[in-house]
Design a protein around this ligand. Sequence first.
Ligand code: ZN
Length: 199
Amino acid sequence: MDFELKPLPYPKDALEPHVSAETLDFHHDRHHRGYLEKLEKLIGGSAEARESLESIVLRASGTVFDNAAQAWNHDFLWRSMTPPGDAAPPDGDLADSIGRRFGGLTDLRTEFVEAGVSQFGSGYVWLVADGDRLAVESTHDADNPLRHGRTPLLTCDVWEHAYYLDYRNDRERYLEAFFDHLANWKFAAANWSERAARR
Ligand code: ZN
């Protein structure tokens, strides 16, 4: 097997009450596993499969891209969240940069939630580094900012499978709960400080 599902970085009930264990059970064990199983069927055992998932995402097209990017995006999504008791607001250079770029965390929240709400259909909302500039972007379906030369810092999955069991069709309330209670700013700060190494 070239593509295997990694365990979540926290127990399935760790994000409750904002994201339920039932949602994580479906989202991680079925949806995320499904993308890896499809990728294994498509390219398992080939030379391409021995590359890093990121390099496959950067170069692949069609269904290989869709499944590789979904696998990468979900790995990144799990690390973009942290149990609510561990969540802390951004500090240091990331906090300063958010202040300079957006005005403050509340202004970033408004832009992030709005980008997620207005994303038509399935996709993701991201905080990214565009060079040394922070930006909020949304992407369609499996698309990923790496393909557009940006460094992902944090993401929220706005596919219905991410929130429908807990929030039904209220995507806005899900995005607000993600931002207010689950966003892993330590992960975002580490990605922000490592962005130079990626260029
Ligand atoms: Zn998902």
